[in-house]
Design a protein around this ligand. Structure first.
Ligand code: NAI
Ligand code: MG
Length: 338
């Protein structure tokens, strides 16, 4: 029996986390969930804080969490709890595998990318100020050697351990010479320690173009926080959309699993949310805690559901509801176990 923190989130969050919990349950892995609903604007309403302390204590105690998306107000209001959570728990790796499943009509074949996004610093450091008198806004892109080294090392180790083909560092060191220049310098230094990994580097704007023209030429990508955020939504677009791509926020002792997508207010409450991204995040979670068989079962059931194509949500060309697609995946897992 595992005790795992659960943050359903808001918008489509509760619908897709519910789907992920049902799918984990179908694998037979026994989880007791410590559930926290009052996060984000609900936390503000109830406790005056978007990220109450007991949520952080629960994650620190359990070391594992499954999280739905949480809405962040644009331009004003409280700071993103997603960013705060990653910084407070020092979850410095954001791992985002973007793999194309069979049956989906996209312009590409064979896209299988893994993005390693630095998750605690860069332009998301939270060092912002506004000078009322001069009417100047500053957001500091703080990049540290230590922060760069640890994400780079993680990416190189992962590439080796998973027998991947290539690692590409993405930067903008031609213009942001000091901040992303430091990241590139560390990338080159780390690459020298891993002669068995095929390594290269691209400037981010060219990378964006290359990815939409010929994504299958790339394998694993390591980059700073903002570029990783943007490129991972781009890569989600290459494999069928945000409904497809899972994610993991990983630190030395703690990991929080969540989809790449946000709370999707435009479809919240309509049962149109694709649960695949969070279900695949659940598979990453199970793999992380050593429940490899259950994790593989989920990936296989999801793949099968896409091959069949009869119970898919509207974003990937089907007519099924979130619940119907979840039931199909649960059914496929149960079938495998029998
Ligand atoms: P979004 O990812 O919520 O939605 C972008 C587009 O993708 C929308 O058209 C949406 O309907 C679609 N989409 C997203 N997930 C989907 C799914 N599972 N199935 C089908 N379609 C899906 O991004 P947006 O609209 O920019 O952000 C909405 C809110 O989410 C914001 O408040 C933002 O701050 C928050 N957000 C939270 C994240 C988190 O909790 N980790 C991550 C990203 C955004
Ligand atoms: Mg994002």
């Amino acid at each position: 029996m595992y005790t795992i923190t659960l943050i359903p989130g808001d918008g489509i969050g509760p619908e897709v986390t519910d789907a992920a919990c049902k799918v984990i349950n179908a694998t037979g892995v026994n989880v007791q969930w410590e559930r926290f609903e009052d996060v984000g604007f609900r936390g503000i309403e109830k406790f005056g804080h978007p990220l109450p302390d007991d949520v952080l204590s629960s994650i620190r105690k359990n070391r594992i969490a499954l999280k739905g998306p949480v809405t962040t107000p644009v331009g004003e209001g409280f700071r993103s709890i997603n960013v705060s959570l990653r910084q407070k728990l020092d979850l410095y790796v954001n791992l985002r595998p973007c793999k194309l499943l069979p049956g989906l009509l996209t312009p590409f074949t064979g896209v299988d990318l893994v993005i390693f996004r630095e998750n605690t610093e860069g332009l998301y450091s939270g060092i912002e100020s506004y000078d009322e008198r001069l009417e100047i806004a500053d957001s500091i892109a703080r990049i540290t050697r230590k922060g760069s080294r640890r994400i780079l090392r993680y990416a190189f180790e992962w590439v080796l351990a998973n027998q991947r083909k290539r690692l590409t560092a993405v930067h903008k060191a031609n213009v942001l010479k000091l901040s992303t220049g430091l990241f590139l310098e560390e990338a080159l230094a780390t690459a020298a320690e891993y002669p068995d990994v095929r390594f290269d580097q691209f400037i981010v704007d060219n990378m964006a173009m290359q990815l939409v023209i010929k994504p299958e030429q790339f394998d694993c990508i390591v980059t700073t926080n903002l570029f990783g955020d943007i490129l991972s939504d781009l890569c989600a677009g290459l494999v069928g959309g945000l409904g497809m791509v899972p994610g993991a926020n990983i630190g030395d002792d703690i990991a929080v699993f969540e989809a790449v997508h946000g709370s999707a207010p435009d479809i919240a409450g309509t049962s149109k949310a694709n649960p695949t991204a969070l279900i695949r995040s659940a598979a990453l979670l199970l793999h992380h805690i050593g429940e490899t068989e259950a994790s593989v079962q989920i990936e296989q059931a999801v793949t099968r559901a896409y091959e069949e194509g009869t119970s898919l949500t509207p974003d990937v060309g089907g007519t099924a509801s979130t619940g119907e697609m979840t039931d199909e995946i649960v059914h496929l897992i149960t079938d495998m176990s029998n």
